[in-house]
Design a protein around this ligand. Structure first.
Ligand code: SF4
Length: 251
């Protein structure tokens, strides 16, 4: 994966989330469903591929996040649409999720993505809503289905050590866990309240995780918030929004 000419798409499907975590950033979630139609999303996938191929890229990494991406009712159909057979020799999919759908839903996601070359999930554990046993069971089911799973754990200072114990229990079940400091409302700084011991725990964990860093050839960030509010940003080269969004405008 490191040396492939990979076109990397980081896609915020919407801000709608079925959870309401007390530490969530104000801009990161909404109670109002804000997803586009499946036709718009499919057209966006097709247009991204068309333009990437025109620029010499025909291998793709798709990374979906939100809000909560699984709350989009057509996510499985959108995910299936990524697979266009031999036209694309290499595709991978990643999703950052609170893992709230049922085990059965995750089996369907597995079926929808099983022909892609690599699947990975960052499973964010939110203690105010998730149940430890069930959450771990879903992680293990995905791992059994050859999905790369990492639990992402925000270490809220007030619950630091009980959270750490739960992370150790997940690790004992064979699930990879990364610890993240809580950031402030604007995501510009880490919140107050960490002791030197807590900071050392997170630093040691971070150093262990550095080996997972991936160098990617090209990064496309795509945010579709509302039909009028579309932001496109290319990491290495800038393209006018219209070039990428032609499919959406037509619809
Ligand atoms: S699951 Fe994530 S997006 Fe949803 S409320 Fe919690 S922190 Fe925010």
């Amino acid at each position: 994966m490191l040396d492939r000419p990979l076109f990397n798409v980081s896609w915020i499907l919407g801000r709608f989330c079925n959870y309401k975590c007390s530490y969530c950033w104000p801009y990161a979630r909404t109670d109002n469903p804000d997803h586009q139609t499946l036709e718009v999303y499919k057209a966006t996938v097709d247009e991204i591929k068309r333009q990437a191929r025109a620029n010499g890229f025909n291998q793709f990494h798709w990374s979906f996040s939100g809000g909560e991406p699984t709350a989009y009712k057509n996510l499985l159909d959108l995910t299936k649409h990524l697979d266009d057979g031999v036209s694309t020799p290499y595709q991978t999919v990643h999703m950052t999720t609170n893992l709230s759908p049922s085990l059965n839903w995750w089996r369907n996601w597995h079926n929808a993505t099983c022909l892609l070359q690599r699947r990975s999930i960052t499973a964010s554990y939110h203690a105010e809503f998730a149940k430890e046993q069930e959450f771990g069971d879903k992680c293990l089911q995905l791992i059994h289905d050859l999905v790369h799973v990492t639990i992402n754990q925000v270490m809220v200072p007030e619950h630091f050590f009980e959270t750490l114990e739960r992370c150790e229990r997940f690790r004992k079940r064979g699930i990879n866990v990364t610890l993240k400091p809580q950031s402030n409302d604007t995501a510009t700084a880490v919140v107050d309240g960490y002791t030197p011991e807590m900071i050392k725990v997170m630093q040691d964990d971070f150093e262990q995780q550095e080996g997972f860093q991936i160098r990617l050839t090209m990064v496309l960030k795509i945010i579709l918030l509302t039909k009028q509010n579309v932001l496109i940003h290319l990491g290495l080269i800038s393209l006018p929004i219209g070039l990428v969004i032609v499919g959406i405008r037509v619809l």
